[in-house]
Design a protein around this ligand. Sequence first.
Ligand code: ADP
Ligand code: TRP
Length: 331
Amino acid sequence: MKTLLTAVKPTGELHLGNYAGAIRPALEALGAPGVRGVVFVADAHALNSVSDPARLVRHGVEVATGYLACGLDSERALFFRQSDVPEIFELAAILACVCPKGLVNRGHAYKAAVGANQAAGRDPDAGINMGLFGYPILMAADILCFDADVVPIGADQRQHVEIARVLARRLNQTYGEGTAVIPDLQVQAESAEVPGTDDRKMSKSRGNHIPLAASREELRARIFSFVTDGRRPGEPADPEAVPLFALAKALGTADEARAVAAALREGAGYAAVKEQVFESVDRAVSPIRRRYAELRDAPDVIDQALAAGAERARDLASGVLARIKKAVGLS
Ligand code: ADP
Ligand code: TRP
C-alpha cells in the first residue's frame, strides 16, 4: 500500500484552476489500486491570511463540499479537517527544531512578501506573520505525520514538498533511519496551468477565476468575458496563443480540445469559439455542479464524513507522532 496525501487550503471559493490543477489529478491518482488516500481541508494553513473566523469556516465547508462533489470517496480515503488532528501541530513544533532557518528564508511565498515590502519602501517584514514564514514547516508536518509516500501537487507547491523531504532526511540522519518516511513528489506539468479571464494564471486573488460550482449561466458569462485579440472572423489563429484554447484543453475532452483548435485554425469568430468552449467546459463540470448543490443542502453529510475521517486520521497520525517523539527523546 502506498499512502498518497493531498490538501487544499480554504482561502476562497474553489475554481476551475484548483479543480484541473490540483483536485482532479489528485483524485485520479487516488483511484489507482494499492493507494491509501489522505485528503484534507488545510484550514490551519489558511489562518495566516484569513482573519475572519466565519469566512474560514465557510471556505472550509466549500472545500470539503468541492472534494466530495468531485467524486472523493470518503469511505476509502481518510478525509478530514486539518484542525481536527492536533498531532500535526505537535509534529510541526518538533520539525521547527530540525529545520534550518535559512531554508525557510528562501520560501517563495515569504520571499515574495519581503520583495513586495522592499519595492514599496516598507520594512521588509511588514505585515508578515510567523504563520506565513513557517508555512513550509506546517506543510512538512502534514506530510510526515501520515508517513505519506507520494504527494501530487501543482508546480507552485514543489518547493514545499522539497522542504518536507529535507526535514524527513534530517530526522533520519539525526535520529536514525526509519524515523520519518521521505515523501516523493508527483508534479503536474506546467502546461496544466489554467488561465483566467484576463489570460493570467486563474486565481481567486486576481478575481479572474471561474467558480467550480458556477451555475450554467454564470459559467457562460465568465467564458464570454475571456480576453481575445483583435482578430477578425475568417483570419486563422494559432490555438496555442488563445487562452480559451488552454481552458478547453484543461477542462474538455481531447476530442473537444481538438475541435476548438481546428475551429481557431479555420478562422472561426470568437463568439462561436466561446460557445464551443462553454459547452465543453459545461459538460465537464455539470455533474460536479449537481452534486455540489445536493451536498450544500445536506451539511450533515459533510460534517459526518469529516468527523469520521478525523477519528481515523488521528489513529494513524498518533502512531506516527509517537514514533517520532520517542526517536527525538520526547515523552
Ligand atoms: P489561488 O491561486 O486561487 O489562491 P491556490 O494557491 O489556493 O489558488 O491553489 C491551490 C492549488 O490549486 C495550487 O496548489 C495549484 O496546484 C492549483 N491551482 C491554482 N490555480 C491554478 C491554475 N490557474 N491552474 C492550475 N492549477 C492551479
Ligand atoms: N499548500 C497547499 C496549497 O496552497 C495546500 C496544502 C497544505 C498541501 N498542506 C498540504 C498540499 C500537504 C499537499 C500536501 O495549495
